[in-house]
Design a protein around this ligand. Sequence first.
Ligand code: BJ8
Length: 428
Amino acid sequence: MPRAEEYRQMWQDLGLDLEAHDGLLAVLGQAYRDIYLAQANRPRAMAYFDIVVGEIHGLRVRELLDARAAGRKVVATFCVFVPEEVVLAAGGVQVGLCGGAEVGFDRAEQYLPQATCPLIKSFFGFKLARLCPFLELADLVVGETTCDGKKKAYESFAAFAPLYVMELPQTKAPPARALWRAELDRFTARIEDLTGNRVTGENLRRAVATLNARRRALARLAALRAADPAPISGLDALLVNQISFYDDPERFTDKVNELCDELDDRVARGVGVAPAGTPRILVSGSPMAIPNWKLPHVIETSGAVVVGEESCVGARNFRDLVDPAPATRDGLLDALADRQLRTECACFTPNSERTDTVDRMARDLGAHGVVHYNLSFCTPFAAEALRLGRELAGRGRQVLRVETDYSQDQGQLRTRVEAFLEMLAPDG
Ligand code: BJ8
């Protein structure tokens, strides 16, 4: 059967709304051509990631269905706190669900207040509109008690998907760490129950090694962006980070390392995507899920280059490794808990370490300015943006605070970004 027909059958079997799904893929394809393929001087190794996007609801969905047919379970998630190591150790596959498009918002608003973060409305909307094959094929969807918006959304979402919610503490103090550690045990038991496989010290250590390798590759990519000229655009680097959530981890790691080999060569030869001396921007704040490419596109078509993301679709996802040394399953789960509690998510109080992190990243990457990105109605990041802005200004950094949703407000954003870039001193 030709591939297009095979995919149509697959989507139909998954219960997708085929007509609306055709429309979604057409819009996505056009956006990708306009934003990604229109870029000049892209690394050759981005070809793999172009294919992954081109096949976004095709090849990977097929692979996951094949994995299910072979007896593996698929676990879908929304947050970097859900420990993929445990799922992998038990022989499952984890996919991070995107929520980066304005899809099904009218239906989602029957369950959520209109003033809800677009990321939340998007995952809910994708489900109600029957447009996400990953959601439809998942054996288990895992939520977490991070922000209030997500917490309350999951209460209604449970009626539409097999949902499990992890309780995430609000602080990083010792009692909170004990709660989170207990949650890892509860989650491990749930995953063992789902997969029928036991999580052992041995399979967990292998999973830790696999995912640490992925983090190392992403960290290598991030470090290469310190070069001037920048060897890769912020858009392309963001895409790689977005894909890290749903591609096969081992294949993905190899492809990122291939990309980095090419970028090593570019750096050695002084080749970049923009001339040396181009204004360099660090983006910090809320995560950008596929296909949310709006802000970096605006920045990079306004005469600057994005050199880093202090975000969960970015540095927060790969910065620290899980200590692979413990010999036992309990020891590895301890290491996992410790690593995750170093994630500087605005849902924690306090979360003051973030200022030092953003400052350090800006220095290491040679950023001239920081653009703080806030999804509309995300109170945790909005509150931190004010403090972060003040503290960074006190350290001599220029900060632009941007709050936006998934609407087409590029014109307004561009005006603000251009004014900010004009203000930046050339050597910040
Ligand atoms: S660890 S940042 S991935 S919760 S959904 S908090 S934007 S109002 S996504 Fe996140 Fe995990 Fe934290 Fe990272 Fe705001 Fe929207 Fe809530 Fe959001």
